[in-house]
Design a protein around this ligand. Structure first.
Ligand code: F6R
Length: 624
């Protein structure tokens, strides 16, 4: 949700900032802009639409060369995606430029006060007030970092702000509250960015900023940064701030397409490795689980009497499956709740509740607010997260990282599979420490989990017919998805992928609910994807879903059946049969989701849609 880059160093700031924005474009792509300090002044360019529009603008109207600059790629909140609303925003004198991610909740009052003091504001954004306030404060204190501190104290809401001032040509200043900002420290250069992807090709040394901190990066300064650049961090009142340095363990190629047409295709293909990596180092030589990073003592986990999973979107679907695993393996009651609804219903939480907050980005505001609420009520919060140093793990009692590597495509794929693996690990660990499962039972499931990565690989090798089928359905308006038990969240996930990528009406249902209403939707030729549970294990569910398939087919549906190898009962009723390897019941989503990802991606491509950047969306939703 908005990508931000700031740079000071020895290179062309414009080139570095544009390269960074390209890697952050997944965060928002309604408009973009840059500002560069050069020749004692400030030059800016901004354009509605994708970054390519800005690049064209810069060819026609080049900016002067400078080595300090900022840039922004936007997901619009206040004000439509126009040139005027694009960031950076400047003060009336054109000396200060600011880019922003988040929402300034009290902007209307501030704007009115600025207007009274004679400022002219030309956009509909909340951000522009910050440029004017910074200009005012700078004129009284003559120091951009101090001006930023003064301004932040006046702001309500969530914000990452990055600013430059023409009178301080060697300085970029940033601030954060409830919104991400990381510092990259290279050789004689430093970066401020929403996410490490922006600078990973130039440095792997990063500094994680805390809540309510202001950072100043200065060329040729003194302090803790690399030679030629200093980095200083304070709170909003100027007291020195603590900031953790860390090494980014992704390499630069992880944020490249690597020969694939889309990041999504690459990320789908990376799933076997992502699944295997998420298990790495978490199983000891005897096959038992070791989750040393779980900073919640076993004694506390033994006392847990309720588990609540909170998450949004795809991560919520992972949470629905986590519920089934937690309850089955530990017998602790577990509920899964949309993070955006959670705190508004006054949930019953206490010190014996374990809340699991699942988030790829670690920045989703709804999830963050849910976990804060849970902690305020005394619950312990465990984050399942893919992004090192992000806000959600930082504010949780413990974190289990999913090792999916950077997920750039807006539609989540490999993060989902690794969230499932992490949730299975948490559920099994709970069962292990509480003695709800015997050691050999835990080891059996862990062994089955270790084999899954190979099975995901096998699924990926057989996807050509799925792609062909998807292309043949490009003209359809609606696709329905049915599932039961773990297949139900998979059906919801299949529908979500299709909605967000192909812009088609897609709905997932619990197959048993069909006869309570949705069956009225079935008409001749309507494609219906059915995720079939294994005929082994819970065979009663299998038989019921075979009946459901017959019911919809009798009413004209074109059935697309996802069933495990060897399940012959479905064959007579499947217009299209997608085979998946046989797995234990609870682990089936790790293989059954993959064809649905491929299906949505191919269908979107066939409809001419932008797969990595679907309309109206952005990765990492940092507003509520
Ligand atoms: C869908 C998708 C979203 C995210 C949701 C939560 O493909 O990616 O539904 O799953 O916005 O995001 P995180 O996991 O970053 O909290």
């Amino acid at each position: 949700m908005c990508g931000i880059v700031g740079y000071v160093g020895g290179q062309s700031a414009l080139d570095v900032v544009i390269a960074g924005l390209k890697r952050l474009e997944y965060r928002g792509y309604d408009s973009s802009g840059v500002a560069v300090l050069a020749d004692g002044g400030l030059a800016a360019a901004k354009k509605a639409g994708k970054l390519v529009n800005l690049e064209k603008e810069l060819v026609g109207r080049p900016l002067p060369a400078g080595a300090t600059g900022i840039g922004h790629t936007r997901w619009a909140t206040h004000g439509g995606p126009t040139d005027a609303n694009a960031h950076p925003h400047l003060d009336n004198a054109g000396r200060v430029a600011v880019v922003h991610n988040g929402i300034i909740e009290n902007f209307a009052g501030l704007r009115a006060e600025l207007a009274e003091r004679g400022h002219e504001l030309g956009s509909e954004t909340d951000t522009e007030v910050v440029a004017h306030l910074l200009a005012e404060s700078f004129s009284s204190c003559g120091d951009l970092a101090e001006a930023m501190r003064l301004v932040c104290r006046q702001l309500d809401g969530a914000f990452t702000l990055v600013a430059v001032h023409a009178d301080e040509p060697d300085v970029v200043v940033g601030a954060r509250r409830n919104s991400p900002l990381v510092v990259g420290v290279g050789e004689g250069e430093a970066f401020l960015a929403s996410d490490v992807a922006a600078f990973i090709s130039r440095t792997r040394s990063a500094i994680e900023l805390g809540q309510d901190q202001v950072v100043e990066v200065r060329r040729d300064g003194e302090g803790g940064g690399a030679a030629g650049v200093s980095v200083s961090v304070t709170d909003f009142y100027g007291a020195p701030g603590e900031a953790r340095s860390y090494r980014i363990d992704w390499d630069a190629s992880a944020a490249e397409k690597g020969g694939y047409d889309y990041f999504m295709l690459k990320e789908i293909a990376e799933q076997p490795k992502a699944v295997a990596d998420t298990l790495l180092g978490r199983i000891d030589a005897g096959g038992a689980l070791r989750l040393d990073e779980l900073r919640i003592p076993d004694s506390v986990l033994r006392e847990v009497d309720k588990v609540v999973v909170v998450a949004c979107g795809t991560a919520f679907h992972a949470g629905m499956i986590a519920k089934l695993a937690v309850e089955h393996w530990t017998r602790i009651p577990c509920e899964t709740e949309l993070a955006s609804e959670f705190r508004y219903r006054d949930p019953i939480l206490d010190a014996r509740t374990l809340v699991i907050a699942i988030s790829q980005s670690g920045e989703t505001m709804d999830t963050l607010m849910a976990l804060r609420h849970a902690r305020e009520q005394g619950a312990k919060v465990l984050a399942v997260c893919n992004t090192n140093g992000s806000t959600i793990p930082r504010e949780s009692d413990a974190v289990l990282y999913t090792h999916a590597g950077p997920e750039i495509a807006v539609a989540s794929t490999k993060a989902f599979l690794t969230q499932l693996v992490a949730c299975y690990l948490v559920a099994l660990y709970l069962a292990q420490v509480r003695g709800a499962k015997w050691g050999d039972e835990v080891r059996d499931v862990v062994r089955e989990l270790s084999e899954i990565s190979g099975e995901v690989e096998r699924v990926l090798e057989t996807m050509e017919p799925v792609r062909e089928l998807a292309r043949s359905l490009a003209g359809k308006r609606t696709v329905l998805f049915l599932g039961r038990h773990v297949g139900y969240p998979v059906a919801l996930e299949g529908a979500l992928k299709l909605k967000e990528l192909a812009y088609m009406h897609a709905e997932g249902f619990a197959a048993g609910e069909l006869k309570h209403g949705p069956i009225a939707l079935i008409e001749d030729g309507l494609p219906v994807v059915v995720v079939v549970p294994s005929p082994r294990g819970r065979s009663v569910l299998h038989d019921k879903i075979v009946s459901n398939i017959q019911e919809i087919r009798a009413r004209g549906a074109r059935t697309i059946v996802i069933a495990e190898e060897g399940d012959e009962a479905v064959v007579p009723y499947a217009d299209h049969l997608i085979r998946i390897p046989a797995t234990p019941t609870l682990l089936q989503p790790l293989v059954s989701t993959v064809p649905l990802q491929v299906f949505a991606c191919e269908l979107a491509t066939a409809r001419g849609n932008e797969v990595d950047q679907p309309r109206n969306l952005a990765k990492s939703v940092t507003v509520e």
